[in-house]
Ligand binder design. Structure first.
Ligand SMILES: Nc1ncnc2c1ncn2[C@@H]1O[C@H](COP(=O)(O)OP(=O)(O)O)[C@@H](O)[C@H]1O
Ligand SMILES: [Mg+2]
Length: 329
């Protein structure tokens, strides 16, 4: 795909944080492309660098303790990483909007729903108070909150978790963004509500013609939604795929592990297969392949050589040389 086809391109992004007097690499050499109206899924266990990547797009890291060691984030011909803060501020929330990981603490308890949605509209679109309230009601309708006219005057504590997440989505789409980044939008919700929120996102994406980046630790959520998937582990993309090939033939043992962890809804007694071990401390990543200490298929070279991304086809890339070799054999 030519770069010009993409609305957003993250190229070789490396993000570091200062910790205990040195720089720790949280995200390394990440490449991601998002085409117009496409949905990209980013999946990986907690701590793999998904949120750090997303927050970098919007320039939301604490500047003093953060270093972008390399990379570019191209959006409409510009590099968001070198944009002056004011210019980035005009894009953030308006053209690129985000639903943050923790909806419960992202709403202000002392402001009504209408005032909070209205704030975005006043800042970015210069609407007056009355128009902002009117538009807030429309937005609550759009996210299928029943009785929007009454709900607009309520405070967040009156709403269920699912309803609060709908309010967060209403705020995110208030300015009709071109790109919506949804960071674990259903993680705090029970399964039925999760499905409703994913459906809503799917419908809004179509209605508004948005591109979406959906972030989740849950392969089940990602599998239902996305056109394209990037699997992250310990700060790196270890495999990516366009289409459903990743589910049919995962090319990285870590992806296998995530797929085995999808709950089977047909058997309530089945135990979830979890990947043994845990994600490494970003301050001390293992030598060689970062996944090798947990990998059931590791061979001696995996302990020594850090694997580069290998392109298998137009649709597929992986950082697992043994599997790539088997496939081409
Ligand atoms: N502001 C920060 N300062 C220092 N370390 C951070 C900061 N934000 C995230 N990290 C670290 O970066 C790593 C990746 O975190 P994150 O992107 O939040 O993971 P996730 O994939 O769960 O979203 C973690 O080890 C986390 O502790
Ligand atoms: Mg996160």
């Amino acid at each position: 795909m030519q770069p010009s086809d993409n609305i957003l391109s993250i190229e070789k992004l490396t993000v570091q944080f200062r910790s205990g007097g040195r720089w720790i690499t949280a995200v390394q050499d990440v490449n991601l492309d998002l085409a117009d109206r496409e949905c990209l899924g980013i999946v990986g266990e907690s701590g793999s660098g998904k949120s750090v990547t997303a927050l970098t797009v919007l320039g939301l890291h604490p500047p003093k303790s953060t270093r972008i060691a390399s990379g570019r984030i191209r959006y409409q011909g510009r590099d968001l990483l070198t944009l002056p803060p004011r210019a980035l501020g005009r894009i953030r929330g308006a053209e690129i909007a985000m639903i943050f990981q923790d909806p419960m603490s992202s709403l202000n308890p002392v402001l009504t729903i209408g005032d909070q949605i209205g704030e975005t509209l006043r800042i970015h679109q210069g609407l007056g108070a009355d128009d902002a309230q009117k538009k807030a009601v429309e937005l609550l309708d759009m996210v299928r909150i029943p009785d929007a006219r009454r709900r607009v005057a309520e405070y967040p504590h009156r709403l269920s978790g699912g309803m609060r997440q709908r309010v967060m989505i209403a705020m995110a789409i208030a300015c009709r963004p071109k790109i919506l980044i949804a960071d674990e939008p259903t993680t705090a919700l029970d399964v039925t509500v999760q499905a409703q929120i994913l459906n809503l996102l799917r419908e809004l994406r179509r209605e508004l013609g948005m591109s979406v980046i959906l972030i989740s630790h849950d392969m089940g959520v990602i599998s239902e939604f996305t056109d394209k998937i990037a699997v992250m582990y310990a700060g790196q993309v270890v495999e990516d795929a366009v289409g459903a090939g990743l589910f049919e033939q995962p090319m990285h043992p870590y992806t296998d592990g995530l797929l085995r962890a999808i709950p089977d809804i047909d058997s309530d007694t089945a135990r979830l297969a979890t990947i043994p071990g845990s994600i490494p401390d970003p301050g001390r990543p293992p030598e060689g392949c970062r996944f090798h200490p947990r990998c059931p298929e590791a061979v001696p070279t995996c302990r020594q050589t850090a694997p580069a991304m290998i392109r298998l086809s137009e649709q597929r890339q992986t950082r697992c040389p043994p599997r790539a070799a088997r496939r081409s054999a």
